[in-house]
Design a protein. Structure first.
Length: 82
């Protein structure tokens, strides 16, 4: 699962970065290059995604399994006998 998330991130990250760099270009003497605003948006987007990931990890870590939701083996054997 970790490898899958890593590969998805490696696929989406450069795409979003290229999108911001293409949308926010400044004109210089030699040509058109990404502006400072593009790099600020890239940093902001990466920061927000990281923050959301940490919050989700903390929420899922604190979530507890409800013991009543797990059936005991005796009731499973009774259902098999029927």
């Amino acid at each position: 699962m970790t490898v899958l998330l890593l590969m998805v991130g490696q696929s989406i990250g450069p795409t979003v970065t290229a999108m911001y760099q293409q949308m926010y270009q400044g004109t210089t003497i030699a040509g058109r290059f990404p502006s400072a605003e593009a790099y600020s948006l890239i940093f902001l987007t990466a920061g927000l995604i990281s923050l959301v990931s940490v919050v989700l990890a903390l929420v899922l870590y604190r979530r507890k399994i409800i013991p009543a939701a797990i059936p005991d083996t005796a009731s499973l054997k009774e259902n098999e006998d029927r």
